[in-house]
Design a protein around this ligand. Structure first.
Ligand SMILES: O=C(O)CCC(=O)C(=O)O
Ligand SMILES: [Fe+2]
Length: 193
């Protein structure tokens, strides 16, 4: 596992942000083992969770990767989807199929939001790394909510993939949608959350 504070500082520096980590923020950058609130499938093999970023932030959609959507009929794909459901606690019923992406040299994805003004919006993104990519290792994954609980797009979720300079990179992403999450991630009427 990477040191979350070091990773945070590096990411901030890459974005030319001022590095200002308060002790409260530092405590939020924690590392833990999670059983997803006692999910039987995760009790024997808890998931390592690392909070690396406390305020996600990041508009055109230009991507130079080759990609394919994998349908759930395949047992391996079904297992991966089940695992994502277990880890996130979200329903995969309205999610898009698992998408595998391969970026070659120069392959990139310009800054964008995953939420694209859909009626059934992409509430969250689960990104699996199938090769080592800078701070993230093969087998790890990143998860974030694209929407606030009040349904507004979290403008801090803008993100990009920097061009690949060496080797090539494999990832898979699961775009999870709002429908079916009503009781799993209840909405809020607050302007602030
Ligand atoms: O490949 C990446 O790191 C980014 C992919 C991405 O932004 C996406 O699939 O929505
Ligand atoms: Fe994205």
């Amino acid at each position: 596992m990477t040191d979350p504070v070091a990773a945070y500082k590096l990411l901030r520096r890459l974005r030319n942000d001022l590095i200002h980590i308060t002790s409260k923020r530092q405590r939020a950058l924690s590392c833990r083992y999670s059983t997803g609130g006692g999910n039987p499938r995760l009790i024997y093999a808890p998931v390592k969770e690392e909070v690396e970023w406390d305020e996600p932030r990041g508009v055109s959609k230009i991507r130079t990767s080759q990609s394919v959507f994998l349908e759930e009929g395949n047992t391996v794909v079904a297992r991966v989807n089940q695992r994502i459901a277990d880890i996130t606690g979200l329903s995969m019923k309205s999610a898009e199929d698992l998408q595998v992406q391969n970026y070659g040299i120069g392959g990139r994805y310009e800054p964008h939001y995953d939420a694209e003004d859909n009626e059934n919006e992409r509430i969250a993104t689960f990104l699996l790394y199938m090769s080592d990519v800078s701070l993230l290792f093969k087998g790890s994954a990143v998860f974030w909510y694209n929407l606030h609980k009040n349904g507004n797009v979290d403008l801090n979720t803008e993100h990009a993939r920097c061009p690949v300079l060496r080797g090539n990179k494999w990832v898979a992403n699961k775009w999870i949608h709002e429908f079916g999450q009503e009781f799993r991630r209840p909405c809020s009427l607050s302007y602030w959350e």
